[in-house]
Design a protein around this ligand. Structure first.
Ligand code: ADP
Ligand code: MG
Length: 625
């Protein structure tokens, strides 16, 4: 039978961009192409195994032994990688090798174009996969035949990695996939057997499928196959037989990260539930940690058989930075993503894995400050989501939180709640905090004057999630949290001790306060004398049950309706400006001053004014008076 005519296709534009990037950004770590191809071969074999187990009635070809075989042909300058995995159909070949399925690709390419320095790192993390062949090959031929194909026809896909590729049907005996790389003249080191063996050992030792290389005995003219890797899944081995390096390599293999992980935890659990988990915490966040399409989750195995990548059901969203595998003895092999969701076993595994991660983080925080700080600086923001998401583990999560505060005097978040409690004043009943748009605006808020003055520490919160987070964190070890921008009796008790002034003075003050109330009318909830201020004449607070300013801002930024906040205006009677104003008899002049001070206080609280122009006019008038 004749081979079918060759058809030419052009690559999807994202593929073209990726190919261009790879070939022209002088990839510093060229050898990873082999890791990618072996990983594809191993995936294909695992997919076939899974297919056979989950669809026992289908007619599927399978040889008894799965294998990945590497052949070098020095005369033709080719390096080939063959696997007897699932193979590809005609359409699958077009989709898999001519397009990129991940929806995040566009944003990835955008990011990579803005970020030249980290290009190599990013490419690696994205998992360039198959296309990395073109770093070292001037042409790639893929022979593939799907395991379910009953005819003697397979597919030949060929490309030089430029704009297009060709496909044709050809006669193929065996199912599976063979990738033939025509090595560039400048990359001939990849035609050296010893070199290839070293690379396979380095990256693919832990792959559970044997990787063999062809040895040709010139003298006797015989071919033999030499197994290069250990071919045992790393997590099935005994902990004591696994080197640190193997753990690290396995991490890099599953994540495409170029850096070693921060830490890992390998556990075999027997009893009610039988499973093995190998979980890693990376050093750096993936580029898409905050993207909606972010791929996360664990690699799922059931009874050592690969089931799926990115199984998100085993960890809560706030632990989405955790990478690794879970191998369950109890789940059924034919499990689908939908079934996973409501499965009792999944839920109980999720509970245990969550607890495990929180425990190893807690141990780290207690034993290695420097490492823990690195973790917090990278992933603290994600972990904070846990307070809302995971109320059961709230206590453990709050132990892991780190803050910046008045006393820490630096922006880096290093203070734990435990330490805050330890250093609290004896008579202090609550944990004080302030939320603001930025570290500096929190630090310079007039609300903090009295705290500075009395040496009471205040947590300074300026991450976007903070205001929201604090709603879910009512207390820590029996101590309530209190926003300093809200009115609060505990603070009044703390600071009112040394009350100044005589009764007569108080009478006078009361008259003054009444005047202010008359001027501002129902624009304020109340006006009162403060003991909180030192260098600022006035400030506003929200009432203890009202929505905070920061929360109102979040609502309005999200386009939600915001109820009008009525503030409490507090007056610092000892401030020279107030002393001056107190003496003004002319009610019109006094009004102008009060209006101006009220706006000042609102400005300081909100960072914006509804009508800046009126404010400026008023100040200018006052300057001239
Ligand atoms: P990824 O492995 O992350 O999906 P790749 O670029 O490495 O991305 O591969 C793209 C797709 O091509 C794979 O998802 C798979 O469907 C297909 N593929 C690649 N190599 C093989 C192979 N050896 N056997 C079967 N399918 C393969
Ligand atoms: Mg791949």
């Amino acid at each position: 039978m004749n081979n079918e005519i060759k058809k030419k296709y052009t690559f999807q534009s994202e593929v073209k961009q990726l190919l261009h990037l790879m070939i022209h950004s002088l990839y510093s770590n060229k050898e990873i192409f082999l890791r990618e191809l072996i990983s594809n071969a191993s995936d294909a074999i695992e997919k076939l195994r899974f297919q056979i187990i989950s669809h026992p009635k289908q007619l599927i070809n399978q040889e008894s032994i799965s294998k990945i075989q590497i052949t070098i042909n020095k005369n033709e300058k080719t390096l080939s990688i063959y696997d007897n995995g699932i193979g590809m159909t005609y359409n699958e070949t077009i989709n898999n090798l001519g397009t990129i399925a991940q929806s995040g690709t566009k944003s990835f390419l955008k990011k990579i174009n803005q970020n030249n320095k980290e290009k190599n790192d990013l490419i690696g993390k994205f998992g360039v996969g198959f296309y990395s062949s073109f770093i070292i090959a001037k042409k790639v031929s893929v022979y593939t035949k799907h395991a379910q194909e009953s005819s003697d026809l397979g597919i030949l896909w060929e490309s030089e990695g430029k704009g297009d590729y060709t496909i044709q049907k050809i006669k193929l005996k065996e199912y599976g996939t063979k990738v033939v790389l025509y090595i560039k003249d400048t990359e001939e080191e990849f035609l050296e057997s010893w070199n290839i063996k070293n690379i396979v050992k380095k990256y693919s030792d832990h792959i559970s499928i044997p990787v063999e290389i062809e040895n040709y005995d010139e003298k006797n003219k015989v071919i033999s196959w030499e197994k290069i890797n250990q071919a045992q899944a790393i997590w099935t081995k005994n902990k004591k037989d696994i080197s640190k390096k193997s753990y690290q390599e396995f991490y890099k293999y599953i994540t495409h990260d170029t850096k070693n992980p921060l830490l890992w935890s390998h556990n075999k659990v027997e009893g009610n539930q039988e499973y093995t988990s190998l979980l890693y915490i990376p050093k750096k966040a993936t580029w898409d940690m905050w993207h909606r399409e972010n791929k996360h989750g664990l690699k799922l195995y059931v009874k050592h058989v690969y089931i799926m990548d990115d199984a998100v059901q085993f960890l809560p969203n706030y632990l989405r930075f955790v990478k690794g595998i879970i191998d369950s003895q109890d789940l059924p092999l034919n499990i689908s993503r939908e079934i996973l969701q409501d499965n009792k076993i999944t839920q109980s595994l999720r509970k245990s894995l969550t607890r495990r991660i929180l425990t190893i983080l807690n141990n780290l925080s207690e034993t290695d400050d420097i490492k823990y700080q690195k973790f917090w600086n990278t992933f603290g923001l994600v972990l904070k989501e846990g307070l809302a998401e995971d109320s059961i583990n709230q206590k453990q999560i709050s132990n892991l939180l780190r803050f910046t505060s008045l006393r820490t005097k630096k922006q880096e978040q290093t203070l734990s709640l435990k330490k805050y409690l330890k250093d609290m004043l004896k008579e202090q009943e609550k944990i004080y905090f302030i939320t603001a748009d930025s570290y500096n605006s929190a630090l310079n808020s007039p609300h903090l004057e009295i705290f500075q003055n009395k040496n009471i520490d205040v947590l300074l919160l300026s991450d976007r999630v903070d205001e929201w987070m604090m709603n879910y964190l009512p207390e820590y070890q029996g101590k309530k949290f209190q926003s300093v921008s809200k009115s609060d009796l505990s603070l009044e008790k703390l600071i009112k001790k040394e009350k100044i002034g005589t009764d007569k003075n108080e009478q006078k003050s009361n008259i003054f306060i009444e005047k202010i109330k008359n001027i501002l009318g129902n624009r304020v909830k109340d006006v009162r004398v403060t003991h909180r201020l030192i260098n600022t004449p006035v400030m506003v607070l929200t009432d203890s049950n009202d929505m905070s300013t920061q929360m109102a801002k979040l609502f309005s930024a999200a386009g939600q309706p915001v109820p009008e906040i009525k503030y409490l205006l507090e007056i610092n009677l000892t401030h020279p400006l107030i002393e001056k104003i107190k003496k003004i008899d002319n009610i019109e002049t006094l009004s102008m001053w009060i209006e101006m001070l009220f706006e000042q206080a609102i400005f300081a609280e909100k960072g914006t004014l509804e009508n800046p122009h009126t404010f400026i006019n008023r100040i200018n008038k006052l300057f001239l008076s």
